[in-house]
Design a protein around this ligand. Sequence first.
Ligand code: ATP
Ligand code: MG
Length: 362
Amino acid sequence: VHSVSKIHRIASIPGDGIGVDITEAAIQVLDTLSKTLGGFEFEFKTFDWSSRAYLERGWYMPPDGLDRLKEYDAIYFGAVGSPDVPDHISLWSLILPIRKALNQYVNIRPTRILPGTISPLTSCATSPTFLDWVIVRENSEGEYSGQGGISHEHSPNAVATEVSIFTQAGIERIMRFAFETARARPRKKLTMVTKSNAQRHGMVLWDKVFFDVAKEYPDVEIDKMLVDAMTVRMVLNPQSMDTIVATNLHADILSDLAAALSGSIGIASSSNLDPTRQNPSMFEPIHGSAPDIAGKGIANPVGAFWSAAEMVRWLGEGEAADGLMKAVENVTGAGIKTKDLGGDRNTREVTDAVCAEIERLF
Ligand code: ATP
Ligand code: MG
């Protein structure tokens, strides 16, 4: 039988540090997935946009970089950052411009306990479902507006402003996405995070829009948390939450906490979505370049695989996405894990095990 394969064109930006190792691992697993399942193929184009390249040539992305990305079906991103470049330079040179230019206003960060991984919350770990969250992060405005400035910069009287910008339209669209996400999950429960007791303009609008949009979703159970109390609840009562919606900054912080509570920051995935599908969406593990373990071949590739699975799902290959996650879970469940998860395997061994498991499953 001769069948035509669908081709998914992926722009790959490995970036720096362990971003390079885990992107290579993800590409190996994705190639194994397409060869084993058939019906679709990936065509990767690698872009060397990194802090390492910046230190050599003075730029991260060429002037037409954002336009070039628009030619792809999706973007796979490793990590960017270097001890030799201030973090705000690397962030604002690459990842934040991509999110903004490609209208990726939603960032989805799922967290659950994978088989064979151990949560530090051992007192709660009586049920496998005690921690199963989806954090919906506002990804386009708020605290990451980039607006503000410094006056009297090099004097003892320096004053800096960091302006958070919240718009009705921006809040409404993230709330709708969060309610749809909550509604599609079995528990139909949405927790909204805010700091409207102390931040009395943007956060108050955030609350108001949440409760307005909630009227359109009477079947979704809602509650409201201040971000400080939220960190306590995530540790002490994790099973009481399901879908969580929070601002750009709050959700960034809460998702690192969520990843740590699920066993390691090396597990978690992050999907930067343009829900209109007019631009490619971008998929990346939540962890950074981890300079402390870069080049040692010991980075946990599970967050990279989970991100790859979410990318594959977004591209319409649901069976492949489920198969990839099943393979990852069988491998962690068998105790084949990196050091951050208490195991003794390296990146390559975990990657090869996941590929072998994909071949066994299909
Ligand atoms: P960046 O500046 O790029 O954000 P960072 O070091 O500040 O880098 P992370 O890269 O997220 O932040 O690393 C935080 C800690 O978690 C480090 O100790 C790192 O070694 C560890 N870590 C992060 N990702 C992984 C991974 N995939 N596998 C194992 N350990 C990891
Ligand atoms: Mg960091």
